[in-house]
Write a protein that binds this ligand. Structure first.
Ligand code: HEC
Ligand code: HEC
Length: 339
């Protein structure tokens, strides 16, 4: 019975998505949602069971390097679920065990695998560096309590994140929150107004990888965020390797107007809560200079009501009347600001 209910809820979500031209690109998809592509149902209590299956990587023993790193890793070691590569240990304090290793016996993958040891994260998950412990722990509560889900039913890694939140002990949550709060989030996405963007292929979890030699295509009304060095990000998971975001021409100016004036009642001035420089105030998080894919997803999820925790309710009147184009403009501007 419970299973049936879940399925019909998901089916309703697909209809809603189809009707409102959801920004699937912010979730890592180039094609509209089709029911055949729903994220796997988390099979058991282990968060890793929520992930899309991928072929295991055999360890070929070949040690690889990255510029400025004192360490070498094999390809298999780079993406090891319970001990991912830490290329630059000098860039951060010692990691708590849950961040460096997760908890293997229970299928809890290391936070550092997805969010990187420096907490800067990637477009398909998000930056957690510099968030206050208060905000961070509230998000874990929302994930745990089913108040923070992806509006796009394909996004398996958000399901895994929620399962991780359910699996964490209070001590692990606190250790992770304190660790990531101690790190500074620095700007590493360059926002570029453009009519075109590189042709990309979607990687497994929502990273767009430019196709070598394939050139560009019209951008249209999207934001296309890509690694500046596809190999460094996709293959080596180098947490110093930055991103580029192509945004529609004119979106920065339009976004600045909406963010700073509220657009005559269309939205609410962001600075009123996030601080004039959008760097955050108390437990209201900083939103400046973060991944535009991440930011766009949050605005869309909040408008769809799939991110609906007590804190997110404060964003209700902010997002209620925004069109996708408004959200694109706001996201472009906010992402271009210094965090
Ligand atoms: C399999 C990948 C994965 C792992 C491992 C992972 N996360 Fe996440 N995390 C995500 C994704 C995906 C999101 C963002 C979902 C979205 O787009 O809204 C996220 C978001 C978050 C957020 C919310 C950030 C914000 O700005 O609101 C927090 C906090 C967080 N993760 C903490 C953790 C902690 C703590 C761990 C380790 C115990 C962890 N994550 C491990 C994928 C992961
Ligand atoms: C009335 C206060 C208020 C205003 C105005 C407001 N926000 Fe927020 N915003 C919040 C709060 C509180 C949160 C934290 C939500 C939570 O705890 O889940 C938040 C969260 C967010 C997040 C998610 C951050 C993350 O790390 O996941 C984004 C993105 C965001 N706001 C963007 C905006 C933008 C853009 C504007 C202006 C157009 C804006 N906000 C205006 C209160 C506000």
């Amino acid at each position: 019975m419970k299973k049936f209910l879940l399925l019909s809820l998901t089916a309703c979500a697909c209809i809603a998505l189809a009707q409102t031209a959801a920004p699937g690109w912010a979730y890592g998809y180039l094609v509209p949602f089709s029911p055949a592509d729903i994220a796997p149902k988390c099979a058991d209590e282990k968060p890793i069971s929520c992930a899309r299956p991928s072929a295991p990587v055999a360890d070929d023993g070949v040690l690889l390097s990255q510029p400025g790193s004192p360490n070498q890793f094999t390809f298999a070691q780079i993406a090891a679920d319970y001990a991912p590569a830490d290329w630059y240990p000098g860039d951060h304090p010692p990691m708590p065990d849950i961040v460096a290793h997760g908890r293997e016996k229970d299928g809890v993958r290391a936070c550092g695998l997805c969010h990187y040891p420096n907490g800067k994260g990637k477009m398909e998950n998000g930056g957690v560096a510099g968030l206050t412990p208060g905000y961070f722990l509230k998000q874990l509560d929302d994930f745990r309590n089913g108040l923070r889900k992806s509006a796009d039913p394909r996004k398996a890694n958000t399901n895994e994140m929620a399962a991780i939140a359910r699996a964490l002990t209070p001590a692990e949550s606190k250790a992770a929150a304190d660790y990531f709060a101690s790190l500074k989030f620095t700007h590493w996405v360059k926002v570029i107004e453009s009519t075109t963007a590189p042709k990309v292929k979607p990687a497994l979890n929502g990273l767009f990888v430019p196709i070598a030699g394939a050139g560009t295509e019209p951008l249209g009304q999207r934001i296309m965020e890509v690694p500046e060095n596809p190999e460094a990000t996709d293959k080596f998971r180098n947490p110093r390797s930055p991103f580029l975001a192509y945004v529609p021409v004119g979106s920065l100016k339009a976004g600045e107007a909406l963010v700073t004036t509220g657009g005559g009642g269309k939205t609410v001035k962001c600075g009123a809560c996030h601080g004039a420089d959008l760097k955050g105030v108390g437990d209201v998080p900083g939103i400046a200079g973060r991944s535009p894919s991440y930011t766009m997803r949050q605005l869309w999820d909040m408008q769809q009501g799939t991110r609906n925790g007590p804190g997110a309710k404060m964003m209700k009147s902010v997002v209620a009347k925004l069109s996708v184009d408004d959200m694109i403009a706001i996201t472009a501007w906010v992402s271009s600001r210094e965090p």
